[in-house]
Design a protein around this ligand. Structure first.
Ligand code: FAD
Length: 620
């Protein structure tokens, strides 16, 4: 009764995707978490996606995960960021109703075959020899498993700070995982501290919106899931924008002596790209004002999330700083902002499968690997859960390559470089970002997901229908020739003013910057075209970026050999003649799984890689 293939500890973003992926892959799975009420809880701002993060959400969806579907059911304001830029960096962001999001995740988790839930804190892991064999809960219950995925988020030895007051906590209102953190510290894992923070929440009824800039969502309303539609979204609302003032900055500067960060009480490093307002005021001292987005927390609550003023200053200072902001003059704070410090594990202690190198069958995912963000956590969770299931089933681990997915970039960055600050995803982290677009995440990953057993029949047939429609439309336009002076050329000139100087196919017409799919498909000889915008988008991007994509394909093909050349697990780097002691030590510390990964270790030289290849060839 207490025995499972895979146990997942933690019902946050990593844990729910891990449990779902493991169960989808066919493993008998248990999700053990502090409280079933907080499954899928958003600890900080109620938003999913954004630049780089939206790409991860689409990839999770392409692999059958839950995040995009839940966001579609909970998104109350939608935007396409970078809409005027190229397709590689366009990203979807949804402001979510916190309650609806949690309900959606809980519903998906509860209805997943092969998956059971149990509410209880886990206090220890059972490790026999080098292998994890189960977990022990707070009340002494033992659950056996052949693999365990740990996704404890900010809870391991979590400590909450508000001003100079601090106390143990996993996040506001939740207990920390103190005993489990202690047990893990008794093992030889490399553990350090990070910190993150959140702003005070405000009762929206106490805000004066007069004179503030309204930010409605985009039209047409974006959608996250490849299986979703705008009809899935609840009622839409606006966000608002205000700004901090010189007065705000004065109040903050006056309170710095009571800031746990500036008084040296917090040791952990915080997220560079999501700094607290006190950090922004100190670091960008010449800026007279910072933007604050007023984001609704949901449809059935008055609470709002003032995005941009995360702080751990004392409550009294928070009240003063909030009330110095335009529109917030009479604001009532419903929850104070705070910072939280927590334990994380050096991700260089992980394989690309997210299994720990130290304990067989033990996988780590999410914030505990040094990342920040729901999307980064969920993506890792999916991978860890899938690989835990595969290991139990005697199958080889799977991890996407850097040219295949942002998930591949994320994992490779973490396991190769480690991190000294909370790691968040950006499109700039991907060298092949033209390949790794939000719009083609399904083409990149759904066929692989199908093979791995995590993509169900409904998703597979929807994907196959779309892929066939794209091919059909490409072939149709490829087969029509436009000749100067011919009927199609005349239609084109009449409709768009573009004149043709030489013969080309209707498909090739889209290579011209002034022409897009809708213009071509509207020409009488080519109408009506496809009515599915996602199909039209694939046809258009495929043509417009064909040259760049081909060049990137060639580059990827050249590096593939190194990515596919595996280094044996126990490889003895000390024995490589000619390799410097420094590089031997670096290789021994990272223990790369492929030559490609070895190449990305900072300081690695082409000469060292050649020595490695020679040594590898001799071993064979
Ligand atoms: P979590 O969402 O934290 O989930 C962990 C789960 O594990 C919880 O359900 C918990 O109850 C459970 N759990 C923990 N220990 C045990 C145990 N021993 N037994 C059973 N269950 C256990 N991200 C950003 O991108 N930007 C931000 O600005 C930002 N600010 C943040 C501010 C605060 C105060 C906090 C708390 C988080 C913030 N985050 C921010 C981070 C974001 O919340 C996390 O990245 C994300 O939630 C990580 O997901 P996770 O699944 O790894 O962990």
């Amino acid at each position: 009764m207490h025995s499972y293939d895979v146990i997942v500890i933690g019902g946050g973003h990593a844990g729910t995707e891990a449990a779902l992926a493991s169960a989808r892959a066919g493993a008998h799975t248990l999700l053990l978490t502090h409280s079933l009420e907080t499954v899928g809880q958003m600890s900080c701002n109620p938003a999913i996606g954004g630049i780089g993060k939206g790409h991860l959400v689409r990839e999770i969806d392409a692999l059958g995960g839950a995040m995009a579907r839940a966001a579609d059911l909970a998104g109350i304001q939608w935007r396409t960021l970078n809409a005027s830029k190229g397709p590689a960096v366009r990203a979807t962001r949804a402001q979510a109703d916190r309650v609806l999001y949690r309900q959606a995740i809980r519903g998906i988790v509860e209805n997943q075959p092969n998956l059971s839930l149990f509410q209880q804190a886990v206090d220890d892991l059972v490790i026999e020899g080098d292998r994890v064999t189960g977990v022990i809960t707070q009340s002494g219950l033992r659950f056996d498993a052949r693999a365990v995925v740990l996704t404890a988020g900010t809870f391991l030895a979590g400590r909450i700070h508000v001003g100079l007051v601090n106390y143990p906590g996993g996040r506001a209102g939740d207990p920390p995982a103190t005993t489990l953190a202690q047990r893990l510290r008794e093992r030889p894992f490399a553990i350090d501290r990070l910190k993150t923070g959140t702003p005070p929440r405000i009762d929206g009824r106490s805000i004066d919106y007069t004179g503030l800039a309204e930010q409605p969502g985009d039209m047409p309303v974006p959608v996250f899931s490849f299986l979703g539609s705008a009809a899935d979204h609840p009622r839409q609302v606006s966000c608002w924008i205000t700004h901090t003032s010189e007065r705000t900055h004065e109040i903050i500067r006056g309170g710095l002596d009571q800031s746990p960060m500036y008084a040296g009480v917090i040791e952990g490093v915080g997220p560079r790209y999501c700094p607290s307002i006190e950090d922004k005021v100190v670091r960008f001292a010449d800026k007279a004002s910072h933007q604050v987005f007023i984001e609704p927390e949901g449809l059935d609550t008055h609470e709002v999330y003032p995005n941009g003023i995360s702080t751990s200053l004392p409550y009294e200072v928070q009240v003063a700083l909030v009330r110095s902001i335009k529109g917030f003059e009479n604001a009532h704070i419903t929850r104070p902002g705070y910072a939280i410090e927590y334990d994380f594990f050096d991700p260089r202690g992980l394989k690309a499968s997210l299994e720990t190198k130290l304990v067989d069958g033990l996988f780590f995912a999410g914030q505990i690997n040094g990342t920040t963000g729901y999307e980064e956590a969920a993506a890792q969770g999916l991978l860890a859960g899938l690989n835990a299931a595969r290991q139990v089933q005697g199958r080889e681990a799977w991890s996407p390559r850097r040219d295949q997915a942002y998930l591949g970039v994320l994992v490779d960055d973490l396991v190769t470089h480690g991190t000294t600050e909370p790691y968040r995803m950006f499109t700039s982290r991907a060298e092949y970002r033209l390949q790794l677009r939000e719009d083609n995440a399904d083409a990149r990953l759904t066929p692989v997901g199908r093979e791995l057993g995590v993509v169900d029949e409904a998703r597979w047939s929807a994907f196959s229908r779309k892929a066939e429609a794209v091919e059909r439309e490409r072939a149709r336009l490829q087969a029509v020739w436009a000749t100067p002076g011919g009927a199609l050329a005349r239609e084109l000139e009449q409709a768009t003013g573009v004149s043709l100087s030489r013969e080309c196919t209707a498909l090739d017409l889209m290579k011209r910057p002034e022409l897009d799919y809708s213009a071509i498909a509207a020409l009488p000889s080519l109408a009506p075209g496809v009515d599915d915008a996602a199909v039209a988008e694939q046809v258009e991007i495929g043509v417009k970026y064909a040259g760049y994509l081909e060049r990137q394909h060639d580059e990827i093909a050249r590096s593939r050999r190194n990515e596919d050349t595996r280094l044996p697990e126990g490889f003895d780097y000390a024995g490589i003649p000619g390799l410097s002691a420094e590089l031997q030590a670096k290789l021994a510390a990272v223990r790369p799984e492929t030559i490609g990964q070895a190449q990305r270790i900072p300081g690695m030289t082409p000469a060292a890689i050649s020595l490695l290849l020679v040594c590898l060839a001799k071993r064979r």
